[in-house]
Design a binder for this molecule. Structure first.
Ligand SMILES: NC(=O)c1ccc[n+]([C@@H]2O[C@H](COP(=O)([O-])OP(=O)(O)OC[C@H]3O[C@@H](n4cnc5c(N)ncnc54)[C@H](OP(=O)(O)O)[C@@H]3O)[C@@H](O)[C@H]2O)c1
Length: 314
């Protein structure tokens, strides 16, 4: 441990950070050790990490002093914020600034910041295609992360642009549902556009590849995906791998999706509309080849569904 480079991993009990911790643990001769950061070292996921031999420390994204302590002596920091816990772009930016400030104070040699692009670059402020949210964002969890990139200036940072998790099928309740006719159907405002998706676990594995690659990735933006697929294509794979009947795709307008009323429906409606209306830009910012070079185990959608089919309700 003493001769290993420590990576302080935020979100270590979650999808992205958890994937990174597992990737580091799976490569004991790789020269890195994970330091898992959590707000609650007594929670089951934190205790499981400790049992697996990972150093687990307590810190809070809202408390810069706690982050400084968590980062002390570390080589690297994996920086991820969780928009979906508070739904606030302003809070996400403040948390990212705390991470950057603490990383500067701790003299961190390599930060990998999990970010997304600023959707406002694609539309003028008076563009009426989709509403502004929280007064100034098109897709707050994208735009706020992009704005937070500035907080990392002066730090040796890699800007990791991630993609839609396929895990949302079971984690966010986005799997097809049985209608009154007994047939499976799902609803998205995606038209015939392809969506860049990825297995959440693969984001952490890519991040590990970036830390291993070291200085060549500092100052670089690395956009990743597992695969880009239309909703029809995803439905065909689900139907084939899960052994269920055809999945009907209700391609609704984004306004309809935004009106569904579940928490974050407006945000998700805007996000899917961006994937649809700015398909070229969004896909152009992400590469499966880059992701596979950094993580040779990168999963395709078929492979992901085959591996996780027991979790997907049908
Ligand atoms: N879902 C998608 O398709 C998708 C795609 C791209 C990007 N993203 C982005 O991914 C981010 C979430 O990452 P994830 O999915 O890996 O998270 P997750 O699985 O939901 O887990 C959240 C993690 O964040 C940590 N956390 C939350 N608030 C914290 C705080 N105040 N202080 C310290 N740690 C805190 C939690 O740690 P403890 O609870 O242990 O403290 C936990 O480990 C979001 O910002 C989202 O926009 C999501």
């Amino acid at each position: 441990m003493a001769d290993k480079k420590i990576i302080a991993v935020l979100g270590s009990t979650g999808s992205q950070g958890g994937g990174l911790v597992r990737a580091i643990q799976a490569d004991p001769s790789g020269g890195f050790a994970a330091r898992a950061v959590t707000r609650d070292t007594s929670k089951d996921k934190a205790k499981a990490l400790a049992s697996a031999g990972v150093q687990v420390v307590k810190a809070d994204l809202d408390d810069v002093e706690s982050l400084k302590k968590a980062f002390a002596g570390a080589h690297g920091v994996y920086a991820v914020t969780n928009f979906w816990e508070h739904f606030s772009g302003e809070k996400e930016k403040a948390q990212a600034k705390n991470v950057a400030d603490a990383a500067k104070a701790a003299g961190i040699k390599h930060v990998v910041w999990s970010t997304l692009e600023d959707i406002r670059q694609f539309m003028k402020p008076d563009d009426k295609r989709m509403p502004m949210l929280q007064e100034k964002y098109r897709v707050p969890h994208f735009d706020a992360k992009a704005e937070a990139n500035a907080s990392f200036s002066g730090l040796p940072t890699t800007f990791l642009v991630t993609s839609f998790y396929w895990d949302n099928l079971y984690m966010f309740g986005l799997a097809p549902k049985k209608g009154d006719d007994g047939n499976l159907a799902w609803t998205f405002p995606m038209g015939t556009a392809k969506m860049a998706g990825i297995a959440a676990e693969d984001i952490g594995k890519v991040a590990y590849g970036i830390f291993k690659g070291g200085s060549q990735y500092v100052g670089k933006t690395v956009g990743i995906m597992g695969e880009a697929l239309t909703i029809e294509q995803m439905g065909q794979t689900l139907s084939k791998v899960l052994g269920v009947g055809p999945i009907k795709y209700n391609a609704v307008e984004a306004d309809v999706y935004r009106s569904f009323g579940f928490p974050g429906a407006d945000e998700m409606g805007n996000m899917f509309q961006v994937y649809r209306d700015f398909e070229t830009e969004v896909l152009g910012a992400r590469s499966a080849e880059t992701a596979r070079a950094l993580n040779p185990d990168l999963q395709t959608f078929d492979q992901f569904i085959a591996k996780n089919k027991s979790k997907i309700p049908t």
